[in-house]
Design a protein around this ligand. Structure first.
Ligand SMILES: [Zn+2]
Length: 366
């Protein structure tokens, strides 16, 4: 077992850690090679001559610079088969990366106006999820762009009605500054009325105030949430309410939100009892899948074995699976840490107490 808590920290093999990826955009998993293949298949011309030039273009200055390339990449997704191939490729890669459960965002708003119908898109996505169900547990989350009017977000929510039984949550992303979560109150209320969990990107490039607004909207999860580290009172609220933060360290580094991973607030927030988790965001563009993020953070922040265990358990706490399935996942995580001395750690104890009746034999998820 590679993740024995008694071994030196650098020997961790994070591919083998059973983990979650709860903040990943399906469109952001489009690898340059597939992007070029689909462009060829659909006769679409690109501003880059080859995948290497695209790699070169992926040295982003900020979130807006990234989004410009990201939306350009989305243009190659045209047919049902394209959406199937994209979804399947991500799920295969995540499964090989040791992700046992993923919750991915996908924004159909980006593709409206294309020739393909919403039915075709969703059929492509859900067929791949179905075909991969033996290898990886997966939930789908709808999302909308905060740079577009709230009416458009409501329209997207309604257009997805035929698939409500297969949607776990709704979120919101896009260029953050000047687009506070409170502006979308009607959308989040409408999501709630329809029985969905809600999450929102906040405090990535935006201020702590946006994270506070997200809390006031009653969200189930905050995507990123980094800026809360500047507001001790807000950190206290996040810890008390146990509102999970789906943090994406390599994404933050690539978008120059931090200069060095050593500055990342994840460890400080973890020490305050906040339910922080590690995720990949847009792994194809940021050159880092789930285990790359775990490894980079462990190296930069010198996480203790107890902290690694807590982060893995936080991923289970934060996910939107039913409790019975969470019990199986928690068991998988704990099995990866035989005799972990960290189990006596007060942070770990808090989680361990909650599931003391729920222990079951190792699941079939490996
Ligand atoms: Zn994101």
């Amino acid at each position: 077992m590679v993740l024995s808590a008694g071994k030196p920290r650098q020997q961790h093999d994070f591919v083998k850690l059973p983990k979650t990826d709860l903040h990943v955009h399906l469109e952001g998993t489009l690898e340059p090679e597939m992007l070029f293949r689909l462009a060829g298949r659909n006769h679409i011309s690109l501003p880059w001559k080859n995948p290497e030039m695209l790699h070169e273009a992926c040295k982003f200055r900020d979130l807006s610079g990234f989004l410009a390339i990201y939306y350009k990449g989305c243009e190659v997704l045209v047919t049902e088969q394209d959406f199937y191939d994209l979804t399947r490729a991500y799920l295969e890669r995540a499964a090989s990366d040791g992700v046992v459960h993923t919750e991915f965002f996908f924004n159909p708003q980006v593709f409206c106006g294309n020739k393909i119908s919403l039915e075709g898109i969703m059929r492509g996505v859900f067929s791949a999820v179905h075909d991969m169900r033996e290898r990886i547990s997966c939930l789908y989350m709808g999302t909308v762009m905060r740079t577009r009017p709230v009416e458009e977000a409501l329209r997207t929510l309604n257009e997805l009605a035929p698939w409500y039984d297969r949607i776990a949550a709704f979120g919101m992303g896009g260029a953050e500054n000047g687009n506070p979560p409170s502006r979308f109150k009607r959308y989040f209320e409408a999501c709630r009325e329809r029985g969905f969990r809600i999450c929102v990107h906040a405090g990535e490039e935006g201020p702590a105030e946006y994270v506070r607004e997200a809390v006031e909207l009653g969200v189930d999860r905050i995507d990123h949430g980094n800026a809360a580290v500047h507001d001790p009172a807000l950190m206290k609220i996040l810890a008390e309410k146990q509102i999970p933060l789906t943090m994406c360290p390599i994404s933050n580094l690539r978008l120059n939100l931090i200069r060095d991973l050593g500055e990342h607030p994840l460890k400080r927030m973890l020490s305050r009892g906040i339910c922080v988790t590690i995720n990949s965001d847009d792994p194809a563009y940021f050159l880092g899948y789930a285990s790359d993020n775990w490894e980079a953070v462990q190296r930069a922040l010198d996480l203790t074995p107890a902290e690694v265990l807590q982060l893995a358990l936080n991923g289970v706490e934060a996910c939107f699976l039913p409790e019975a399935e969470k019990i199986k996942l928690r068991n998988d995580v704990k099995t990866a840490f035989p005799g972990a001395p960290g189990m006596a750690d007060p942070i770990v104890e808090r989680t361990a107490r909650k599931d003391q009746d729920g222990f079951s034999p190792l699941s079939e998820m490996d």
